[in-house]
Write a protein that binds this ligand. Structure first.
Ligand code: GRF
Length: 189
């Protein structure tokens, strides 16, 4: 049985779908939900679902990413995950941290990579007049939003779309795509 840890920063809607998917004959089970924000709404959701949770507030560490990440690693080393999923995790991780999990660290990004790496993806797609948008699950490497693409889902851009309406349409697909990709990834690991 593969052990999965999930990093979140907020509500954790993707995290919830991942937790819900890891049952029955699924080859993985969640061992930890970890956040950089002790107030993240997803921590309560995970706790209510019986999954161990932890938080390391990144704010006291200021620019000292290395010490913040060392604290994250204390929790992760204790949980011994085989796979690390970033799900709405909004902190940039250093290459040193990523090296710990290279080849077994996934992220979901709300664009059709390689288009629109980074933030404000929906506004940028609308600005560009794209006729479609979507989301990508990819392996995390030191270069932001640039690892091997493991799965994508496409949605149409609709006349009158705002970043909010497009985000909602894409998020719905994220909730289907991420569990699908995690299962395949865990089966192949
Ligand atoms: C989603 O748009 C996801 O693509 C991005 O973070 C946003 C919020 O995700 N990574 P969640 O609801 O916290 O899972």
């Amino acid at each position: 049985m593969k052990r999965v840890a999930i990093l979140i920063s907020g509500g954790g809607s993707n995290m919830v779908r991942l937790l819900e998917s890891m049952t029955g004959d699924h080859p993985a089970r969640p061992v930890l939900v970890l956040s950089n924000d002790p107030e993240a709404g997803g921590l309560k959701k995970a706790g209510d679902m019986g999954v161990p949770v932890a938080a390391v507030d990144h704010k006291p560490f200021g620019k000292d990413r290395a010490t913040f990440e060392a604290k994250l690693l204390e929790h992760l080393d204790a949980a011994k995950p085989d796979i690390l999923c970033l799900a709405g995790f909004m902190r940039i991780l250093t290459p040193d941290f990523i090296r710990h999990f290279e080849g077994r660290m996934l992220n979901i990004h709300p664009s059709l990579l390689p288009k629109y790496k980074g933030l404000h993806t929906h506004a940028r797609a609308l600005e560009a007049g794209d006729s479609e948008a979507g989301c990508t699950v990819h392996e995390v490497t030191a270069e932001l939003d640039s690892g091997r693409i493991l799965g994508q889902a496409r949605v149409p851009v609709v006349a009158g779309d705002t970043p909010g309406t497009l985000a909602a349409r894409v998020l719905h697909e994220e909730h289907r795509l991420y569990p699908e990709v995690l299962r395949s990834f865990a089966e192949a690991l």
